[in-house]
Design a protein around this ligand. Sequence first.
Ligand SMILES: N=c1c2ncn([C@@H]3O[C@H](COP(=O)(O)OP(=O)(O)OP(=O)(O)O)[C@@H](O)[C@H]3O)c2ncn1[C@@H]1O[C@H](COP(=O)(O)O)[C@@H](O)[C@H]1O
Length: 109
Amino acid sequence: MSDSSRILARVAETIATRRDASPDSSYVAKLFSKGPDAVLKKIGEEATEVVLAAKDGDAQHLLYEVADLWFHCMVLLEQHGLRPEQVELELARREGLSGLAEKAARPTE
Ligand SMILES: N=c1c2ncn([C@@H]3O[C@H](COP(=O)(O)OP(=O)(O)OP(=O)(O)O)[C@@H](O)[C@H]3O)c2ncn1[C@@H]1O[C@H](COP(=O)(O)O)[C@@H](O)[C@H]1O
């Protein structure tokens, strides 16, 4: 089995280095060459595929589609100069804070 430690950080580094590669040799470069909306379109497609995989009940298929979605979200982060570690920090900030309590503490609109 390949080393999965810090995999999000390592894939993000690869995405950053591939960004300006030739679209003929790199999926990441090909996606960036299509412009910013292409990444958003892929995220919409991949999110739909996650929903369909969850409905079909095949756990392996669901894992596969979630990996596709996470990967494309990391391409989006790179597009905006952000890193998966920053998402991890946000999750860490929320750790232990009940979503129900957080919602109740929001200022009323
Ligand atoms: N993790 C991934 C990864 N996950 C999914 N994909 C690609 O995402 C695409 C999604 O598949 P779909 O069937 O939804 O779409 P498609 O029809 O193939 O593609 P579109 O033309 O619709 O965009 C496929 O081409 C997958 O191969 C990925 N491509 C690259 N990576 C990582 O990015 C690195 C750099 O890849 P390259 O830029 O290709 O060198 C790789 O070493 C990997 O670590």
